[in-house]
Design a protein. Structure first.
Length: 503
């Protein structure tokens, strides 16, 4: 078994069903063993005193993988505590909750990916493990010799989700009105849980006084029969928008399967995800934190940067990948920079006040608190997006790398484009470029009204290309110019750009 093939950023992920399964019960057991040993070393504890919590999302393969990982932890002489159906944020929150406080935790999930995939996310009291730590963990799992000597560990059960729910409920009472029994009375919220782990959120809102008529796909179903549980998926967002319009709800919310990501739609059914979602939560934070820095991934729009600046904040673009933006936000705070939020366009949002845990439900809770306040004033959430300039055209193209050493080919292509830009007066290298190469253009006698970002994928032999324009036909002009720049570069498949130019 090639354990490194399971690496997906700072998580483990692979096919969990069928004859080609990579993430099998044996694999999960070995990873449980390796994590138990690694935690013991990190915490300086004897194996017999280590406890690790485990939960899973609604995927069909989840319970078996949870039990296998538990058996691996117990085989090391440690205590495994199974939380069963759970959310990823809750699996971390348990570590810092009095009365639970395991030494580490594991979440069995493949997030927004299809049902036949599954994965494992690992947490310590400092948060999710990093890239280098996962490399070590995978190496430890691969090095375990067979037969495995099994020690007399313990497998127990615990119910943590009610505690996590209370944590969310408390936010509504504190921030809206501690005196009232139902702080959300009068707000109509439609929840789409995508048949993942988040259905309880709708029932929680109802208990707080919200009207949840029209909420859909609340029951866990690991086959995801209605739509993929992905806040970026067009079909999923269209389903939510249609449901909100039909029910005439004030707002709709949607989670991915393990609830560390989220998105919304307003009462008009308009999507609030990607740049709009970042803009909305930034506006709320900047009301109380003027001058604060908002860390985002690299593909955010120029309009978002202007919006954050107009609200009195600093927009700090960083690399794609939720671990990257979280780690950079933490670093900035250690340097004394006021940075309350790290957020990806995918919907991963991590707040300093919540321990920089990427928690979709925490994000939605803050937005619903604001929605309730605005409704009392006769306004709605959409008001916060007044002034957000959105592109007229945008596209994302993925360019396959055909060269054997894809990382080297990708870096050479980026360096070539950067050198090309330096020789052109009409190509402007972004001063805040921290990933790949970002170039802005002055289209049709305008200023800074189009751009592209070409970068290397974190995991795959692909170069994602994002292009935006504020004028009609601008995307084609930018693509044509980039095509000229990349002409003659070996190892990069240009067919996707050529197809876009012919369309």
């Amino acid at each position: 078994m090639d354990y490194l093939a399971l690496k997906s950023g700072s998580d483990v992920r692979g096919v969990a069903e069928g004859p080609n399964a990579q993430l099998t019960s044996e694999t999960a057991e070995r990873l449980g063993m390796a994590f138990a040993g690694w935690i013991a070393g990190k915490e300086g504890k004897e194996l017999g005193s280590v406890s690790i919590a485990i939960g899973h999302d609604s995927r069909v393969s989840g319970p078996a993988l949870m039990r296998a990982a538990s058996q691996g932890i117990a085989a090391m002489g440690c205590r495994a505590v199974e939380y069963d159906l759970c959310t990823t944020p809750a699996m971390y929150k348990a570590i810092v909750t009095e009365g639970f406080s395991p030494d580490g935790s594991i979440m069995i999930t493949a997030s927004h990916h299809p049902a036949h995939l599954n994965g494992m996310k690992f947490f310590t009291r400092e948060g999710g493990i990093g890239f280098a730590e996962l490399d070590q963990l995978l190496g430890d799992a691969a090095a375990l010799s067979a037969p495995i000597q099994r020690l007399p560990g313990i497998i127990g059960k615990a119910s943590y989700m009610p505690v996590y729910q209370k944590h969310l409920e408390k936010l509504f009472f504190v921030d809206i009105s501690p005196e009232v029994v139902m702080p959300l009375l009068g707000l109509h919220v439609l929840v789409d849980a995508g048949n993942g782990s988040g259905g309880f959120y709708a029932r929680m809102l109802e208990g707080l006084g919200a009207w949840i008529e029209g909420s859909q796909f609340l029951e866990p179903d690991g086959r995801f029969p209605n739509h993929v549980p992905n806040p970026e998926d067009k079909a999923a967002m269209a389903s939510l928008s249609a449901a909100v319009l039909k029910a005439q709800a004030d707002v709709g919310v949607i989670f991915d399967a393990d609830c560390d990501r989220a998105a919304m739609v307003d009462h008009n059914g308009k999507e609030i995800n990607r740049n709009r979602l970042i803009a909305m939560i930034s506006a709320i934070l900047l009301e109380d934190n003027p001058g604060a820095t908002i860390v985002t991934d690299s593909v955010t729009s120029s309009g978002l940067a202007d919006f954050i600046r107009e609200w009195g904040g600093v927009h700090y673009r960083y690399k794609r990948g939720y671990r990257h933006v979280i780690d950079e936000a933490k670093r900035l705070n250690r340097m004394g920079i006021d940075c309350p939020l790290a957020i990806e366009t995918s919907g991963h949002a991590a707040f300093r006040d919540n321990g920089f845990l990427d928690d979709g439900m925490y994000l939605v809770t803050l937005l619903l608190i604001k929605a309730m306040r605005l409704k009392r004033q006769g306004e709605d959430l959409g008001k916060l997006l007044d002034g957000l300039k959105e592109p007229m055209e945008s596209t994302e193209i993925r360019l396959p790398i055909t060269g054997a050493d894809f990382a080297s080919v990708g870096k050479q292509a980026i360096e070539h484009v950067l050198s090309y830009a330096m020789e052109r007066n009409d190509w402007h290298v972004a001063p805040d470029n921290r990933e790949g190469v970002r170039i802005s253009f002055d289209l049709d006698n305008g200023l800074n009204n189009g751009w592209f970002l070409l970068r290397l994928s974190v995991h795959d032999p692909v170069m994602p290309l994002n292009v935006e324009s504020d004028v009609a036909g601008g995307v084609v002009k930018i693509l044509a110019s980039l095509c000229d720049a990349l002409n003659g570069i070996e190892g990069v498949d240009m067919q996707a750009i050529q197809k876009a130019l012919r369309a």
